[in-house]
Write a protein that binds this ligand. Structure first.
Ligand SMILES: NC(=O)c1ccc[n+]([C@@H]2O[C@H](COP(=O)([O-])OP(=O)(O)OC[C@H]3O[C@@H](n4cnc5c(N)ncnc54)[C@H](O)[C@@H]3O)[C@@H](O)[C@H]2O)c1
Length: 461
């Protein structure tokens, strides 16, 4: 049996005590037992490294469960704001931060504080490098700090999305530079983050948590830890399965979004309402999940994570992951496609894009949050400006917005701007928008989300 092997996944829900368990790689669970709160008391139960969209909600949930939490971040601005009771993350309010501070949470830039913690969870970014490959710089840097302060008996978990093998091939050797051995002197695991910013139904506590350990014992320890504040913990065979599960989830979304984006093009040519088609298909109670077209994909998951998987396949096996390549090509072409549709609409009114005023509504990458990362609104605005359009924007969540290093004008009065613009493009269906009023006030609307009521002046993607 290989290390960490459970011969299939098992579900665990608040079943374990929080114990330090160690086993030699490839062998069963054995050796030490140290119940939390007994023996030498650590200053913190948990240290979260990287206090962003993933790390801060995790720290909040652990603090709510009564754990003493310290947060480490390289950004002084983030640390100072949190210690001052201010949140920079959509799903965590200032009140949440104050409650966390009252419960003993504190943020720091001092890596030596890690040495005081029982468990360390790494939630730092995993961006793309210049050549669109994985950039593990922040993971390596965070691992280096953990390594310098690693103690016998610690549990270290990586949550950052990454390619299969990272925990074993990159993280473990850096941590072992400490002189301690993974799975023997400390527990090591990977647990993919599934956070969905803006999702009011599913948060850290009720989204099943996948954990895969360096050894079977590491999996158990990590499951025990997350079981304190997550309702359902699912154990993977090992770290690679847990790493790959996350990439499968995001690649699945990427590919299915690309499928409907490609369909949006030919359905338009064939005069078929794709939103109606999707609504019809979605009445099938099995075997189908609805995905919707849009102006492109954004955020730090869908446009980036599949690259980690395709890069890994290409580098390790020497052949391409063709689904990912195709999905990337289609999704990345959507902003230009939307610009072309804008051009066609204006053309039908005997107007040119050059000199036309085009109002973009909703420039964040998903509805009802302020997150602008990788938003497809940016390449669209860039393309429209290249064509000579006067681009304006409105977004209830965004006050200033830059494209290519220069600010885009935010309209002060939405109603006035709607009636003045030659074309309004709805990019994000924020629930704060009254879509019927938009349809009534605007001269022409290009609706990329299928939410604006039908009218002779409204065209869907
Ligand atoms: N945001 C999401 O919706 C989401 C969902 C699932 C998975 N993920 C993954 O989770 C990971 C974190 O993403 P995020 O959205 O929280 O990123 P983020 O940019 O919101 O936050 C990361 C934080 O880490 C800090 N940081 C960077 N390097 C550091 C270091 N060496 N030591 C300490 N702190 C450091 C940054 O200052 C920042 O505050 C990424 O791998 C991402 O792909 C994100």
């Amino acid at each position: 049996m290989r290390k960490g092997d459970y011969q299939g996944s098992r579900h665990a829900s608040r079943v374990y005590d929080d114990v330090a368990v160690f086993a030699t790689r490839g062998e069963g669970c054995e050796v030490t037992y140290r119940k939390h709160g007994q023996g030498t008391r650590s200053v913190a139960d948990l240290a979260v490294v990287g206090l962003g969209y993933v790390g801060l909600p995790l720290a909040r949930e652990a603090a709510r469960a009564g754990l003493e939490v310290v947060g480490l971040d390289v950004s002084t601005a983030v640390v100072d704001a949190l210690n001052g009771g201010r949140s920079h993350v959509d799903d965590v309010s200032d009140v949440d931060v104050s409650t966390m501070l009252d419960a003993g949470f504190r943020a720091t830039t001092d890596g030596s504080e890690l040495g005081q913690a029982d468990k360390v969870v790494i939630c730092v970014p995993t961006p793309l490098s210049e050549d669109d490959g994985p950039d593990l710089g922040p993971v390596r840097a965070a691992a280096g700090v953990v390594s310098r302060h690693l103690r016998r008996g610690m549990l270290v978990v990586l949550e950052s999305t990454t390619y299969p093998g990272t925990t074993e091939e990159v993280l473990a050797p850096i941590l072992e530079d400490s002189g301690l051995k993974a799975g023997v002197d400390f527990n090591l695991a990977f647990s993919p983050e599934r956070t969905d910013p803006g999702n009011a139904t599913f948060g850290v506590h009720n989204t099943p948590k996948v954990v895969g350990g360096y050894t079977a014992a590491c999996t158990q320890r990590a499951a025990a830890f997350y079981g304190k504040f997550v309702e359902t913990v699912v154990m993977a065979r090992g770290t690679r399965e847990a790493e790959t599960a996350k990439l499968l989830e995001n690649t699945y979304r990427h590919v299915n979004i690309a499928l409907v984006n490609e369909m949006a093009r030919f359905c338009h040519e064939l005069d078929i309402d794709l939103w109606d088609v999707i609504g019809l298909a979605a009445t099938k109670p099995f075997g189908y999940q609805a995905f919707y077209p849009g102006p492109g994909v954004g955020g730090h998951c869908i446009p980036i994570d599949p690259n980690y998987l395709s890069h890994s396949v290409q580098v390790k096996l020497g052949y391409p992951f063709r689904f990912v390549q195709l999905a990337q090509e289609i999704n990345a072409s959507m902003p230009n496609y939307v610009a072309r549709r804008a051009q066609d609409i204006l053309n039908s009114e005997a107007k040119a894009v050059n000199g036309a005023t085009i109002l973009l509504l909703g420039v964040t990458y998903k509805p009802n949050i302020a997150d602008l990362r990788e938003s497809p609104a940016v390449p669209l605005a860039k393309r429209l400006e290249e064509l000579g359009a006067i681009v304006q924007f409105h977004d209830p969540y965004v006050t200033t917005w830059q494209v290519d290093g220069h600010p885009v004008g935010r309209v002060p009065d939405l109603d006035e701007a709607l009636s003045a613009a030659d074309l309004t493009i709805l990019l994000q269906g924020h629930s704060a928008y009254d879509f019927a009023s938009i349809a009534a006030a605007a001269k022409r609307v290009l609706d990329t989300r299928g939410v604006v009521p039908a009218a002779s002046t409204v065209e869907r993607l």
